[in-house]
Design a protein around this ligand. Structure first.
Ligand SMILES: [Zn+2]
Ligand SMILES: [Zn+2]
Length: 135
């Protein structure tokens, strides 16, 4: 899989704090202007699925009905897990799920996608890639 590297010093590289073990997980976060929605995390790992083809459905309004419709079509993750509307990234130190998704319906319009170091972005449009934080 293609690897995309981000410099540690970049504005969008930061830390995702684990509430369980207090580890600060380094990762990249897409900006509010990125339109990186809807996106979904894997039930098992920190991979993310960007469902660009569903964006038109939720651009102006997110509803439980739309969530159910989109969720029914989410693919399996390459790790063997499944992309789901309520999963969050997993702490690299203790594997605790970090609760980024508080409201699955509102999350449909959340453009701030977190890709932890080593996580893969799986896309319905365009090539998938793995993120590596360097420097
Ligand atoms: Zn942890
Ligand atoms: Zn996975």
């Amino acid at each position: 899989m293609k690897v995309v590297e981000y410099e540690r010093s970049l504005q969008w590289v930061g830390h995702l704090h684990c509430p369980s073990c207090q580890h600060d997980n380094i990762g990249w976060r897409s900006s509010g202007m990125s339109e990186a929605f809807p996106h979904f995390y894997c039930s098992h790992c920190s991979n993310v699925y960007l469902n660009r083809q569903a964006q038109d459905l939720v651009y102006y309004e997110a509803t439980p009905e739309l969530l159910a419709r989109i969720a029914a079509a989410l693919p399996a993750c390459p790790c063997g897990g499944h992309f789901t509307p309520t999963a969050g990234p997993k702490c690299a130190a203790c594997h605790h799920e970090i609760p980024l998704v508080r409201n699955a319906v509102q999350h449909l319009q959340n453009p701030n996608m977190v890709l932890l170091d080593g996580a893969c972005l799986v896309r319905d449009e365009g090539e998938s890639y793995r993120v590596r934080i360097v420097g």
